[in-house]
Design a protein around this ligand. Structure first.
Ligand SMILES: Cc1ncc(COP(=O)(O)O)c(C=O)c1O
Length: 446
């Protein structure tokens, strides 16, 4: 494909976007007066300015300039029921009228914990918090307390929120600084990180069982936890190869470390999350997004002997307070979401996603664009690569120009995605077909 022609088309699409979104543009100018760079959630920024949203309903959201966008992002996978699902709206309205926060528990947190335990057998005990970041930091802290060891091993490129350990080697720029593929170096992904954190974090290559075995065994005495997003969603959505996650479980068990699954996104993949899909039982699991039904809520949990360190009736070795832990709003929205997401509902969105993947592959072949479409559960991802990426470094070689072009083409034609996305329960074949038709239109002119 002629790159210059593609760049020219992208420039044209951005000009069209600016022209067609004057209210969002103006809102961004106003935002810059109060928020640094007009932004308060780094991932929500896009050049030249983000589209500002007024409201959402079902599979759509509506922006300030009156466009209706078919949403395949769903607040980064959180809204598995789509926007403003009537059952959630009703339950929340009912709850709000009864009070939104208390300094003593409600029965809702027990109901929610029971439901999660029913679905995810590894969750012997659970605690709630308000964000995925908190879930991860608590899981890592308890792993260090339980094992008496200090290092955390994590996978290159993975996203685990914005805690200290999470911001080591999170989507680092490719280059020599990263070290050899089978010996990734720990690199800071934020300014302001203490050098001590870099020393305490080991970086592993996803899907390389041999390299992981060597690194983990060499540091056996120091590693408290290995944390993994089983689908490497932040690092590109890479499918774990046969036996890879099982191998991590064996290795961590052998060295007396804990295996932590970050299922903040991957829990979407099946009723019992990725651990059910791949048949691996982690020691601890972090959850957020889907389990809070579009409100700020999260959880972490796992082995009862580990979680006991949070037990105030026997001295609570780790204090974990939080004004909004197990907040009734998050509990109600989460309960309605999980109750609506029956195994049949999961199967519906999985099948639709698989169909979408097949259709997208056919379109890319038809328009002669080299692309890989990865689907798992209700998640899908497109990479402009010659083969499916196995890990972060392969995924990061994606063609940014093609991605940007397709993003703006879809946005200007009423579809919101992010190099792929996810399917929500209210979606039907018609929505899938609309996306594939628009992807075809995007590339037909070249
Ligand atoms: C895999 C993963 N872990 C952790 C987080 C952090 O969650 P939160 O944004 O709720 O802090 C995210 C958020 O996108 C995530 O995708």
């Amino acid at each position: 494909m002629d790159k210059q022609a593609l760049q020219n088309s992208l420039d044209g699409l951005i000009t069209e976007y600016v022209t067609n979104n004057p209210r969002s543009g103006k809102m961004f100018e106003r935002a810059k007066e109060s928020l640094p760079g007009g932004n308060t959630r780094t991932g929500a920024y896009m050049h030249p300015f983000p589209v500002y949203i007024e409201r959402g309903e079902g599979v759509y959201f509506y922006d300030l300039d009156g466009h209706r966008l078919l949403d395949f992002v769903n607040n980064n996978t959180a809204l598995i029921l789509g926007h403003a699902h009537p059952a959630i709206v009703e339950a929340l309205q009912d709850r709000v009228a009864k009070g939104t926060a208390f300094s003593r528990p409600t029965a809702l947190e027990i109901e929610m914990a029971e439901l999660l335990r029913e679905r995810v057998p590894s969750l012997e005990r659970i605690r709630f918090c308000s964000s995925g970041t908190e879930a991860v930091l608590n899981a890592l802290r308890v792993a260090r307390a339980f094992t008496g060891k200090r290092k955390i091993a994590r996978f290159e490129g993975a996203y685990h929120g914005v805690g200290e350990y999470a911001l080591v080697s999170y989507v680092p720029p490719l280059g020599q600084d990263l070290g050899p593929a089978d010996r990734p170096r720990s690199v800071p992904s934020t300014a302001g990180l203490s050098p001590a954190v870099l020393e305490e974090v080991l970086v592993l290559p996803f899907n390389d069982a041999e390299a992981c075995t060597e690194i983990i065994n060499e540091n056996a005495d120091d590693i408290a936890a290995v944390i993994v997003d089983p689908l490497a969603t932040g690092a590109g959505t890479c499918i774990p190869e046969d036996g890879f996650l099982t191998r991590l479980k064996e290795l961590t068990t052998q060295i007396g470390a804990l295996l932590v699954f970050d299922e903040i996104i991957s829990f979407r993949a099946s009723p019992g999350g990725a651990q059910e899909l791949y048949g691996v039982k982690p020691d601890l699991t972090c959850m957020a997004k889907v389990i809070a039904g579009g409100t700020p809520g999260a959880a972490f949990g796992g082995r009862a002997d580990v979680m006991k360190l949070y037990d105030p009736t026997s001295g609570a070795k780790i204090p974990q307070s939080g004004t909004y832990n197990a907040n009734p709003i998050a509990m109600v929205a989460g309960l309605v979401t999980l109750q609506t997401m029956t195994p049949k509902a999961y199967e519906k969105i999985r099948a639709l996603t698989q169909q979408l993947g097949t259709e997208l592959e056919a379109v890319f072949t038809e328009v002669n664009v080299e692309a890989q479409v990865t689907t798992v559960g209700s998640l899908f991802r497109v990479h402009f690569l010659s083969r499916p990426p196995r890990n972060y470094r392969e995924a990061a070689q994606d063609d940014k120009l093609l991605q940007d072009y397709l993003f703006f083409w879809l946005l200007n034609h009423g579809i919101h995605w992010s190099g792929g996305g996810n399917v929500s329960l209210p979606m039907t074949e018609a929505h899938i077909d609309r996306l594939t038709a628009e992807v075809r239109n995007a590339f037909q002119q070249f």
